[in-house]
Design a protein around this ligand. Structure first.
Ligand code: 13P
Length: 306
């Protein structure tokens, strides 16, 4: 099947009040886990590559992700996560991505708007749709760490002005979530009121970054096999279910896959010290990630929406 654009998939989700998972990949096993789970659940999906993933895997990774995504029997868009520049976005479009994010959220609104508008003009000319961000999430973003006190919630009036002036297709909003495995103590808080305020002004699909659930059983498996992950906590499933009824249409998940991969690899290496066949180590890790993706698709409500 030809790849779809991000907007093709996300506009239906916003209208239908369900969420689409945008799962980050770095290798073959993660890509297979995402696509196999999406096919089994009959769910559309976005497969995301960050610039860090692209640097890590290069052309072999990019070509594999695009090839496998095109083979899928459900709608798939290949997406650039947190593109840092015009050049980076255009390079990905040339490689065959059908969705790009330009993230100038750390700049002031004027620069963010102008840089986003440049990417939008070029991307739209090539049939590709664009995510942008206004506001600032806390947590670890690739190599940049944003302290909680520097995180800024997205303001509804700014978001409306930004989308009108930039022409972007979907908007990442800062609503209390953060990247990584430590999203705060207790039950990390999502500002549902803020989502509703933004959604009342904007018809665009809204994007929630930093949405991993950080399952307690995976943290336990990781830590009981020599890992040291302290105070790990994620976004509660009920908050995600509510957010998709409020206008969130794209839900980014990376940490849950990294965590389940590492927890299972640790468990195998500890329990089977003679094991050195990569397939016996990576195969079960792939299965665990597939299960996590499948569970997430049910929570997002995108099961049977393909
Ligand atoms: P998590 O760290 O919660 O998985 O978020 C990932 C993300 O938002 C990637 O853009």
């Amino acid at each position: 099947m030809a790849l779809e654009t991000g907007l093709d998939i996300l506009a239906k989700a916003r209208a239908g009040q369900y969420g689409i998972g945008a799962f980050n990949t770095n290798n073959m096993e993660i890509t297979q886990a995402i696509l196999e789970a999406a096919e089994e659940k009959r769910s559309p999906v976005l497969v995301s590559l960050s610039e860090g993933a692209i640097k890590y895997g290069g052309r072999p990774l990019i070509d594999m992700v695009i090839h496998e995504s095109k083979q899928a029997s459900v709608p798939v868009s290949v997406h650039l996560d947190h593109g840092s520049s015009y050049e980076s976005c255009l390079q990905c479009i040339r490689w065959g991505f059908t969705s790009v994010m330009i993230d100038k959220s750390h700049e002031d609104e004027d620069v963010n708007t102008k840089e986003t508008a440049r990417v939008v003009e070029a991307a739209h000319a090539m049939g590709v749709t664009v995510e942008a961000e206004i506001g600032r999430l806390g947590g670890v973003e690739e190599h940049v760490v944003v302290a909680e006190e520097d995180a800024i919630l997205t303001k509804a009036d700014e978001a409306e002005r930004f989308m009108t002036n930039s022409g972007a297709d979907y908007l990442a909003v800062a609503i209390g979530t953060s990247h990584g495995a430590n999203k705060g103590k207790g039950r990390p808080f999502i500002h549902h009121d803020r989502i509703l305020e933004i959604a009342a002004l904007l018809p665009h699909p809204l994007v929630m970054h930093g949405a991993s659930g950080v399952p307690a059983e995976m943290v336990e498996k990781f830590n009981s096999n020599g890992g040291e992950l302290k105070d790990a906590s994620g976004i509660h499933e009920d908050d995600v279910r509510k957010a998709v009824t409020e206008g969130i249409a794209k839900i980014n998940t990376d940490t849950d896959l990294r965590l389940s991969f590492s927890a299972v690899v640790r468990e195998i290496l500890v329990n089977d010290p003679k094991q050195f066949d990569p397939r016996k180590i990576l195969g079960p890790a792939r299965e665990a990630m597939k299960q996590i993706v499948a569970d997430r698709l049910d929570v997002f409500g995108s099961t049977n929406k393909a």
